[in-house]
Ligand binder design. Sequence first.
Ligand SMILES: NC(=O)c1ccc[n+]([C@@H]2O[C@H](COP(=O)([O-])OP(=O)(O)OC[C@H]3O[C@@H](n4cnc5c(N)ncnc54)[C@H](OP(=O)(O)O)[C@@H]3O)[C@@H](O)[C@H]2O)c1
Length: 277
Amino acid sequence: MSSLFGPSRLQDKVVLITGASGGIGAATAILFARAGANVILTARRASALSTIQSRCVEAHNSSGLECGGLFQSLTLDVSKSNDISHLASRLPSWAKDKVDILVNNAGLVLGVEKVGEIEEEEVNVMIDTNVKGLIGMTQLFINQFKQRGSGHIIQIGSVAGVEAYPGGSIYCATKYAVRAFTSALRKEVVDTKIRITEIQPGLVASEGFSLTRFRGDQQKADQVYSGLQPLSSEDVAEEIVWAANRPAHVQIAESLIFPTNQAGPRDVARPLLDQSK
Ligand SMILES: NC(=O)c1ccc[n+]([C@@H]2O[C@H](COP(=O)([O-])OP(=O)(O)OC[C@H]3O[C@@H](n4cnc5c(N)ncnc54)[C@H](OP(=O)(O)O)[C@@H]3O)[C@@H](O)[C@H]2O)c1
């Protein structure tokens, strides 16, 4: 693995990632593969998962490492409690009761409507995915981790869970919920070797996040990032894998990560735009 991370402590670890079919989750799966881990990739779209799994195989092969290299894609909709309750029985034998690291990454935002104008269905989708899905996945694995006495849960929160902004009330509420849940959990397992991390990205030009928010309108989606260099999915994946690769006694509790020209959810400078004026 690259010198950025030092020696890989991730060799032969079993990692399960939600939302691994695109964006931050896909980049994270590929980076774990390169670090010698075995990865379970989950999301709703089977064909996209299969593409990312092939890229994991390539990343593993090019790493030259003899460990790791086991990959399995499983369709999973985290907003469906049935999908979560059946997940354990669908894991391959090499991952059954052996997941070391859970990355709760699946999440989305819908729209920029103000309170009073938000469709109830969209409220439910955001809460069911970002909050109930993350809680369900955490509950599924935390008892295994407690029995084993170790494990690492990495939640993908957001700057939106640190500072709210207009037009993002429900999304911000979900990410504040992630932060509260994660903070309580970290305190509950403080007397164990289990590590609890929350990564809180700012603007990331991932594959689908902005496009989903603007319901497929590519122009509006691109405008969010115009004039500045946003984070890439790979930038955030490096942060996630770096946190996972710390020595066992080191717990990255929270990590707020911005592009250089961002200082808050709406505190964004667009130097390239200013130059063109
Ligand atoms: N991009 C940003 O600016 C930003 C900033 C801060 C935090 N985040 C957080 O980062 C995480 C990843 O977002 P991203 O930027 O990588 O977005 P993305 O490119 O749209 O990727 C989202 C991933 O989540 C999956 N997903 C969505 N709903 C799901 C569900 N119900 N069940 C299972 N998987 C589901 C999608 O796969 P399928 O469609 O195949 O299910 C996809 O793989 C989210 O939690 C997001 O809130 C993003």
